[in-house]
Design a protein around this ligand. Sequence first.
Ligand code: GLC
Ligand code: GLC
Length: 814
Amino acid sequence: MRFGHFDDSAREYVIERPDTPLPWFNYLGTDGYFGLISNTAGGYSFYKDARLRRISRYRYNNVPFDFGGRYIYVRDDDSGEFWSPSWQPVRTPVDDYSCRHGMGYTIIGSARSGIRTDTRYFVPPGENLEIWDVTVANQRQTAAKVSLFGAIEFALWDAQDDMTNFQRNFNTGEVEVEGSVIYHKTEYRERRDHFAYFGCSETTAGFDTQREAFLGPYRGWDDPAAVGSGAATNSIAHGWSPIGAHQVRLSLQPGESKRVVFLLGYAENPREDKFDPAGSAVINKRRVTPVIDRYTSVDRVDEASRELAQEWDRLLGLFQVDTPDAATNRMINIWNAYQNMVTFNLSRSASFYESGVGRGLGFRDSNQDLLGFVHMAPARARQRVLDLAATQLADGGAFHQYQPLTKRGNDAVGSNFNDDPLWLVLAVVAYVRETGDGSILDEPVVYQNAPGTEQPLLDHLVRSLEFTLSRLGPNGLPLIGRADWNDCLNLNCFSDEPGESFQTTTSSDGKTAESMMIAGLFCAAAADIVDLARHIGRLDLAGAYAAARTAMLETIEGPGWDGEWFVRAYDDFGKKVGSADCDEGKIFIESQGWSILGGAGLSNGMAQKALDSVARHLATDHGIVLNQPAFTSYHLELGEITTYPPGYKENASIFCHSNPWIMVAETKLGNGDRAFDYYRRICPAVREEISEVHRAEPYVYAQTIAGRDAPTHGEAKNSWLTGTAAWNYVAITQAILGIRPGFDGLEIQPVLPTSWAGYTATRAFRGVTYEIRVYRNGPGTAVSLSVDGREIEGSIVPLPGAGTDLVKVEVALS
Ligand code: GLC
Ligand code: GLC
């Protein structure tokens, strides 16, 4: 069952009814100012940091969970009836509802009683504000008098404090009102130099800034007293809960429509010039007024909306494909690329599943996210990599997280997630392959944010590898530390106190438990460094890490092999985890994927055997589960993974992030059919057909889909902010379609499903456009390339000479 449809030409998903199984949401903003918006206009906004600069308020764990929103009320001033065009929060039935989630904007519209209201919400590129561009149309045969209310509830900046510290916060709220603009300036008098504003393009009939005055005592956002009575009260908030609400009265002839723009924005002033007049407590508005004036003009709003569309034309135009599968095209050309950009911007900080108060940017998460967007935003990728590297510790380890506003490592979580540093290698090498910008390797970067400790970025990569090599356990495999990619496999934790963090509690000395996932990841990172080192003429490094990799591969194929698949880990007692010998958790996905990605088992049949075991034990119709059998009881020696009920999260759900590793591994063995079959099982656009089962958005990946042990098998949870986005993009574009950036050119080595006759693609690479046509002469994966009509050896299209901007490549498969 579907709740909407894809409109590919507009690059939108069109939701056709407001009561989707879960709030289906979108993001606004790509740079400093961000917002989340659901299909019923729920959501909130913040500037750069969801925790420290929260602009509008969110009600955590509310029902529904998208509460707090950008709410518009329409009141028929003749009858007194009112409703929300976005259905929530009033929930009066509306006709012809639609929500169009597009690239950086959302349009929600509906009609009731002959009044149609459509609102386009977006953030203009480069601005710290969001626009609610409302069109109200009178579809009646008679004139209509309508009041339009736009309302937002301000958060008092620090989101954590805002939801806990009421004894203080009920007293601090302050606002100013000037013309059609409400200024939220809580704490501005003291240590804050920023404020928010909520403006309106029209002369308003009234406003409210005190929540209780607008809603009325004992009432909620579903039934505001001011809307019911048709008269805002012009309240001024002193303490309690500042809001911004504007009332606009419209008289509309039959067939007439009017546009009203509401603006929600964020602004900063230099500390020494905050007040006007100086010495007063009044906000200096000289800088912000021109911005507000610009964006309350509908011409400028239209122009900004076109600029946003052009920016997405440009970004998505960098890589477009035409394959025989519509869902694949949709994901690569539009939604997966878009989700990659969002995950890059927000890491795991703010969604309806990530509260925005907990986590900063994750070290491993951000490095992996880069794999999905580096071709779209190379300059930002460069900066991100340098920021991440600056939080690396001198011993090569890494802070697990950092706060984007301060760019400093998060002490509360610390380090010792032993996979972390290796992801930096993958990210930097991906960046250099994509851009050819080897200068990044020479950039001086500090360790642990400490001035004076600068070393070239290349040194950071070497220390990352050395971090692993200097922490090998009894079998010669890497020590796991607090966890590897699987945050919940906590082999040194041994926590028996409720409430302790599994990630930061460590009760064993950590010298025994080993991770096969890190072993495979190390081999992949070492292979990358060897390639890079050869490319830059550092044969010393190439030699050293080729040897280290060979040794690690031997260990993987030795103590890491269980007979039918790769072992997952060795625990603190030296016992195997993920082995036929175990009662539960006999086989895990990560070590099958990563051993093969690292290059193990390719020539001795182990890789094929391991993948056959995945197919036999882990694959379900809804995707590949993380482990089997699921754990049914708590294992002190394994940690958080065994706390989840069977089939959920790290305990045997389809943890979608890890599925593409198997897809890539299958392509390494030439199994295009299996790789693509796995791709489709978790592909949101394919699963659209079963939206009543999948329940999450059909246009973006979710972190997990409940596994076969769960009563809700097939149900997705935690959409949007997941490494699943980048990795599926890598799997489909680089492994299955086989288009891979390399140091010396663009490699094309597809491993397609046998039923495909081929595909075409256009890809920008180092400023040159490649038009690629792949066709089959036979069922296999051998390629012959012809470049601009000339046959070439091998699978790499060499970099063209200067001045070339178009290269045509024909790829025959046989
Ligand atoms: C979450 C974390 C990620 C981790 C994964 C598996 O997605 O953000 O860092 O690798 O869970 O535990
Ligand atoms: C929990 C989650 C895991 C996530 C971690 C982040 O352990 O199960 O997915 O990575 O929290 O702290």
